[in-house]
Design a protein around this ligand. Structure first.
Ligand code: GLU
Length: 476
């Protein structure tokens, strides 16, 4: 989405970067080195489909190689273009630095409408695109590790890893060439939900800080908060589901590309998602009220607005009418540079994309480590942990019996306490810790320096300082 008179997505990211570096003590040479996109590879390839040759255009952009491998998803959409892929690659650099995943930033994209092709056709297209990238080490466990993004998921990642294996039959680390794979193909539990889960953890952390809530004119917990979500894809669906089912928030509107459902009493996200899966659309959903024009719904009154669809949706055209006081950017780049300025003037708090949606790459990092270590997290220690817990519980019960104290543990406690952590628990714990730690780093800069107005600039300052430190220690 691009409103006339606004900078492009990549320019918008550059302008945000400049706002941060203006407050940093950094030479222009280093600033320039960090800001520029190192390279963008464009490939045009043909695939024989439905009796004729179809030509596709794809990109893989590498923004920064200060750490390798570089990391970032592959997007399938008709709107993919070089400017967008480069903006997204830059965001990956800052995102990885902010959440301390040891990667540089990259992104890929293929200009395609994935809904226009049958699965076997998509497989042929994906394998051919992957072949072109693998051939040039733009997919490689040590150099460049893609993941899902808009329009791609586990299925595409499984095709990519298989393609890599066919071309590198003796690479023992082949499964680490891509993340977001299905569990049976080397994936990790909790990766599909990771970005949405990260949005939930980010909001939980935000709500732990009175000062931050006050800045967004909010009080109390997430329970009962009115939330509007744009986009019920992987990220929006999981975020909305967890926030409503686990934190008691009320999803009062869901906006999709072809309309919105509004229900002030709270939407049952799982029910709505099932409806969409069954009928293909949000339209005709029997509960709540349907409006065909979703755009004005972004401007409705709510406590928290979650844009989880795509870039540029909050722009110069609608920013002044946004009523939410807290926006959490589950998508990459949903608020343009101009809109960001308007919203800041209005006192709206924005939890920026590079933090808010970093749950995906965080769990990708866990998956990559799992693949390189060739063992599932928790496999060695789980039963040992359980055995120690059993010892303690038995001892307590024995003491109680010996002394005639009559203590009994609630069965729920006992069952929960005894269970050793498996892969999913460990992934969630690692993700929660990552989101809390990164938030702390951001808020220290936000509140600690006196010259930082917002969380976005704070996030950029934290990330850019880390990238700069890596360059400096390399002697660059
Ligand atoms: N595409 C996701 C993002 O924008 C995930 C990237 C990854 O896991 O490498 O962060």
């Amino acid at each position: 989405m691009h409103v006339v008179g606004e900078p492009s997505f990549r320019e918008s990211v550059d302008l945000m970067f400049n706002r941060a570096t203006a407050l940093m003590d950094m030479g222009p040479g280093l600033k320039q080195k960090i800001q520029v996109c190192n390279s963008t590879y464009t490939v045009r390839f043909g695939v024989r489909l439905r009796g004729k040759i179809e030509t596709f255009t794809g990109y893989r952009s590498v923004h920064s190689e200060h750490m390798e491998p570089v990391k970032g998803g592959i997007r399938y959409a008709l709107s993919v273009n070089q400017d967008e892929v480069e903006a997204l690659a830059a965001l990956m650099t800052y995102k990885c630095a902010l959440v301390e995943t040891p990667f540089g930033g990259s992104k890929g994209g293929l200009c395609i409408d994935p809904r226009a092709w049958e699965p076997h056709e998509l497989e042929a297209i994906t394998r051919r695109f992957a072949y072109e990238l693998i051939k040039r080490d733009l997919i490689h466990p040590a150099q460049n590790v893609p993941a899902p993004d808009m329009g791609t998921g586990e299925r595409e990642m499984a095709w990519i890893v298989d393609q890599y294996r066919r071309m590198n039959t003796s690479d023992i680390n082949a499964s680490a060439c891509v993340t977001g794979k299905p569990p049976h193909a080397g994936g990790i539990q909790g990766r599909v939900e990771a970005t949405g889960r990260g949005v939930q953890y980010a909001l939980q952390e935000f709500f732990r800080h009175e000062e931050d809530k006050a800045a967004a004119k909010l009080s109390g917990g997430l329970d009962g908060k009115k939330i509007i979500v744009q986009g019920l894809g992987n990220v929006g669906y999981h975020a909305a589901k967890f926030l409503s089912e686990e934190d008691g928030a009320k999803i009062t509107a869901v906006i999709e590309y072809n309309g919105a459902i509004i229900d002030d009493t709270g939407i049952d996200i799982e029910d709505l998602k099932q409806w969409i899966l069954k009928t293909g659309s949000i339209k005709d959903y029997p509960k709540g009220s349907y409006v065909a024009d979703g755009a004005p719904v972004l401007e409705k009154e709510c406590d928290i607005l979650i844009p989880a669809a795509m870039e540029g949706v909050i722009n110069l055209g609608n920013a002044a009418r946004i009523q939410a006081n807290l926006i959490i950017e589950a998508a990459n780049g949903p608020v343009t540079f101009g809109a960001d300025e308007i919203l800041r003037r209005k006192g709206v708090v924005i939890i920026p994309d590079m933090y808010a949606n970093a749950g995906g790459v965080t769990v990708s990092y866990f998956e990559w480590v799992k693949n390189l270590s060739h063992i599932r997290f928790g496999r060695m220690q789980r039963r040992a942990e359980e055995a120690r817990h059993v010892l303690l519980v038995n001892e307590l019960e024995k003491l109680s019996a010996d002394k005639g104290l009559g203590w009994t543990m609630s069965p729920n406690f006992k069952e929960k306490y005894l269970r050793g952590a498996g892969e999913l628990e460990l992934v969630r714990s690692g993700l929660d810790d990552t989101m809390r730690t990164a938030y702390q780093a951001m808020r220290e800069v936000w509140h600690g320096r006196g010259d930082v107005e917002d969380l976005r600039v704070a996030a950029y300052i934290v990330s850019i300082s880390r990238v700069a430190a890596t360059y400096q220690s390399k002697g660059l």
